[in-house]
Design a protein around this ligand. Sequence first.
Ligand SMILES: O=P(O)(O)OC[C@H]1O[C@H](O)[C@H](O)[C@@H](O)[C@@H]1O
Length: 279
Amino acid sequence: MVRGQPAVELSARTGDRLVVALHGGHLLSWQDADGTERLYLSPTALFDGRSAIRGGVPICFPQFNQRGPLPKHGFARNLPWTFAGETAPDAWTLRLTDSDATRAFWPERFGLDLTLSVPRAGVLRIALQVANTGVAPWSFTAALHTYLRVDELADARLLGLQGAPCWDAVRDARATETRDAVGFGEEFDSVYGAPAQPLVLRQPRGDLHIASSPDCPQTVVWNPGPALCARLADMPADGWRHMLCVEAAAIDAPIELAPGAATLLWQQLDARPSSSPTA
Ligand SMILES: O=P(O)(O)OC[C@H]1O[C@H](O)[C@H](O)[C@@H](O)[C@@H]1O
């Protein structure tokens, strides 16, 4: 249990440890072998079995944000998932299938398999298989809404977005990213065309390489900044300084699945120690 909610703790042979809540199939924590936490979880997140948990890796499905008639970011993050156990060495699967609760929002038959795996020490793969188990085609948008932990946002940079098309949601402006290293401070909410190369979150303590699947053609980068953070009841006032969401997303063009078809959305996080010994 974590804060009164059912959760499972997963220990990989590498020494990496994961904690995942059944509510939302929500990864809450990833600690590598030396105990470094890689994900941000708000200390004031709601654990009431209904609300989305602020932090970790919310699963946005079958709708991203308010781009459709469903509740914001869909319903998958608000419902209980089941734990299917260790489905391969150092890989564990959680499952959500359609039910009366999902059909109250959305009529479709579906199966979601979220597989969390640790292929190497300090590497986490988050893979969401989306399957159409019904008899009619349907389409969806989705995101793996990862909250990365940062020690101090002012010292963090996101590398690899230069040249990517971008929609800045705060200013409602479209542009091409010109910076080779993006820094943060005020509210930041942008949908990028995902570059072919992994992004790099650079901090004094080291780099985190962030790769995503071809079926996630967008990357959303979000930080509420101080003003919006102050209005978020489930985040402390300084929470924005310790997180950055880098989200593997399929949102600009909904993915259509034929009956019996499935697709795999994934994000891989690869922690590397600082290359600068003095940093
Ligand atoms: O507060 P939430 O519903 O979890 O959404 C948090 C954020 O998710 C995404 O990053 C969106 O791009 C943001 O516009 C949104 O504010």
